[in-house]
Design a protein around this ligand. Structure first.
Ligand SMILES: [Zn+2]
Length: 440
């Protein structure tokens, strides 16, 4: 039985906040909306046509220069880390962050305004348990600039952080368990700080129009310039912890582990998130049942061929072994030396062509989309493949488990799926496939 704190949470009602965006200096208003279980955190750009939404996940990360930016296509949302830190630390798993600009209001440069709006909206438990990432063995990332992050197994989510400025000025250390109460009291009020030498050229180029001593502490030499006195003697390390929590929220799961961070920055934070996400993909792939389910839980070859028009030698799925909810499907294809492509790819050294794995993903995803649209009058056409990676070769005798997950659907017009192929518990290939629906 999960305890109350282990259920997913959303906000109780809509709440709003307005202010100035840091980079453009324009007015922006932000609204938090409740969202259903397993929705995650999504940003919505109300100021753009069709009001596109962007999942706050590592797959949508675009840049980490000065702040964390996510996006999809040409749509961007900048400086997401403070609002994500507040949502994550205050235990909000599912919410829509609606904005009428490309950046949340900067407020006073801390996460305090976001904690306030979350408290105004209230936090309510939902029916499904939270999703965790349990750290099972030490993981680490480091950079040439001296940043080091080590993640160790722990039953709680803890952060121990050492921050140090140029020439080790302002070296500070703090260690804590991250809970809503601790975050609200110890971390949320800590403001952004910048080194004068880093922002001087940006100010001259007018790239931080909304920036002022109202929303950042400026460190010049040994001097600390800010509108109000420091809120904590070690405010800088507290803000570093705030940024870590915000960046780690891009994992999309609660972390059970102890993060030891030395001189952290956005670049290494997100590198760690990428490593966690890869590990999560590997674990999910291993957790799949390998049995042919009885009844209507799967589809045999005959049933597959009733849905897919493909035939030998182009049918790249033998069976569907399972559906998980509405959005996930797993198919199987056994690869034998008799596959026609082995004759030429390559003589004496048979390796399955990567494009055939992409075709297998597309066919399995099509079956999922067919089940979703529940009509045979419209067919899904494979439009594009993104982020395709071939990680390991596939040989005759291998059995490929093909996983597809619907990540986005726009009405009856287009759908996006995330797919990966697994052989012997290892991901051999992956990609994001887009489909459009047309009348037959
Ligand atoms: Zn920050």
């Amino acid at each position: 039985m999960a305890s109350a704190s282990e259920f997913q949470h959303t906000v109780g009602k809509i709440a709003s906040l307005s202010g100035t965006s840091l980079h453009t200096g324009e007015k922006v208003s932000l609204k938090l909306h409740p969202a259903p279980v397993d929705h995650g955190i999504k940003f919505k750009r109300r100021d753009l046509q069709d009001e596109p939404t962007i999942d706050a996940t590592i797959d949508n990360l675009k840049t980490v220069e000065r702040a964390t930016t996510i996006g999809e296509g040409s749509v961007r949302v900048h400086t997401v880390e403070h609002v994500l830190a507040a949502l994550s630390a205050m235990a909000v798993d599912n919410a829509i962050v609606e904005m009428d600009a490309n950046e949340p209001p900067i407020g006073d440069g801390s996460a305090q305004p976001y904690v306030d709006i979350i408290k105004k909206a209230g936090v309510t438990a939902q029916e499904e348990p939270q999703k965790f990432f349990d750290v099972r063995e030490p993981m680490h990332v480091e950079s040439k600039t001296g940043a080091l992050l080590v993640l160790l197994p722990d039953e709680k989510f803890r952060i121990s952080c050492t921050q140090a400025g140029p020439n080790n000025r302002f070296t500070q250390f703090l260690s804590m368990e991250v809970t809503p109460a601790v975050f609200e009291r110890e971390i949320a009020p800590a403001r952004t700080f910048v080194y004068y030498e880093d922002v001087q050229s940006l100010m001259e180029k007018n790239l931080i129009k909304g920036g002022s001593l109202e929303n950042a502490i400026v460190v010049r030499g040994e001097a600390v310039l800010s509108k109000e006195p420091l809120r904590f003697a070690d405010e800088f390390v507290r803000h570093k912890i705030l940024d870590i929590i915000g960046d780690l929220a891009l994992v999309g799961r609660r972390i059970r582990g102890h993060l030891v961070a030395v001189k952290p920055g956005h670049a290494t934070n997100v590198e760690l998130v990428r490593a966690l996400s890869r590990e999560q993909t590997r674990r999910s792939a291993m957790a799949v049942s390998r049995m042919m389910p009885a009844g209507h839980a799967g589809l045999d070859t005959d049933e597959v061929m009733k849905i897919l028009p493909h035939r030998y030698p182009f049918l790249m799925v033998d069976r569907i072994i399972g559906f998980e909810g509405e959005n996930k499907i797993t198919g199987v294809k056994s690869i034998t030396i008799n596959e026609p492509f082995f004759q030429g790819h390559f003589p004496g050294h048979p390796v399955m062509p990567g494009v055939m794995q992409v075709e297998a993903m597309a066919q399995v995803a099509s079956i999922l989309l067919f089940k979703l649209t529940k009509t045979s009058s419209r067919v899904g056409y494979f439009m594009s493949a993104d982020q395709v990676k071939f990680r390991k070769p596939v040989f005759p005798g291998d059995t490929i488990f093909i996983h597809a997950e619907l990540t986005r659907a726009r009405g009856n017009r287009m759908a996006k799926t995330k797919c990966h192929c697994v052989v012997n518990d290892a991901v051999v290939s992956e990609g994001e496939l887009m489909f459009t629906f047309l009348d037959k």
